[in-house]
Design a protein around this ligand. Sequence first.
Ligand SMILES: C[S@@+](CC[C@H](N)C(=O)[O-])C[C@H]1O[C@@H](n2cnc3c(N)ncnc32)[C@H](O)[C@@H]1O
Length: 350
Amino acid sequence: MKGAAITEKGLLELLDGFIKTKVLIGAYHLDLFTRCAEPRPRAALLAELGAPERAATILVNACVALGLLVEEEGRLATPPSIAPFLVRGGERPFRTTTYLLDYYDEVYRALVDFESLVESDGASSTFKLRDYFKDDVSEVKPEVAAEYSTYMEATMGKIVEVVLGAFSFAGHRRLLDLCGNTGTFCAAVVAATPGLEGAFLDVPACVAIGEAELGERPELAGRVRGIAGDLFAPTLPEGFDVITMCRSAMDWGDERMGPIYAKIREALPAGGRFLIIERMLPEEVLPEALSLYLRSVYFLAKSQTTRYRTPSQHVALLRQAGFTEIEVIEPPRAPYELFQSMKIIAATRT
Ligand SMILES: C[S@@+](CC[C@H](N)C(=O)[O-])C[C@H]1O[C@@H](n2cnc3c(N)ncnc32)[C@H](O)[C@@H]1O
């Protein structure tokens, strides 16, 4: 048997999980953390919240007990360790943790009727971004693409760093990043690899954002371009000797990804490489990979097809697509806390 069975105490802790999350998100939305950016007398804070005293006290006490606020001599303060994520105001850099507070708020709403989500394989989801994936890629609206891309752009720098440390693009001349969003990955790899040119293919709304951003990077002029397209179009652009898919293959089921892997192989020259870069499940369920399994639950709200695969599931699909030389690369570290278990699978067209 893998993993230790949970105890009754553990069960009760699980039941508390949702309440803890609600306290964090609710207190954030009620601006408790900004109000306590400087130490604030408890009575003043309770009065200022405008909620009945009982409710305000319950919330504030829970925050203190969870360590979200600290209390000293009747004054409440947001701990400096978490203030950068929770205190609003001023010109603050984009922080993924802050972004996720609102994101998860919406995810949790979509998970309320969880049994229906499971029974309908995600079809009953009310999650806003569920609607992002369109059969006609030109239907993706610019504002939706911009919101969807903010998080991905912000986290990409750390992913590229780890990928470049684990795989050398030096032997290649032309990179095509499929589902390349606004081109952040492509631009970073090209910038780090002398002699490499690159293109990123994504839905038109994302490519438009990427091209505007590229306009502000004259050092990459002529070396990186966007291709507004559809991964599922009958053919892929030709002339690229390394093709990548980062955080994207997981978005579709085997019946759609299998043919894409075959199309990628056809588009590559002999010696050309295809890289799948994403979080992957362990070959058997491991409790230490809990974050992957919980993130997978969120996929029930996100779409009807998104799922993490194990390396051997990717490898099997690649073999069916005709690849015979396949290497699973284990990077030495995770790019960032929320992105554990990233792997790179490199398949060579022989
Ligand atoms: C999860 S994001 C990953 C983006 C990027 N590779 C990264 O790691 O940040 C998936 C990307 O696939 C793009 N996408 C969705 N459907 C597509 C399609 N049919 N053709 C091309 N790109 C598509 C989305 O616009 C989005 O940029």
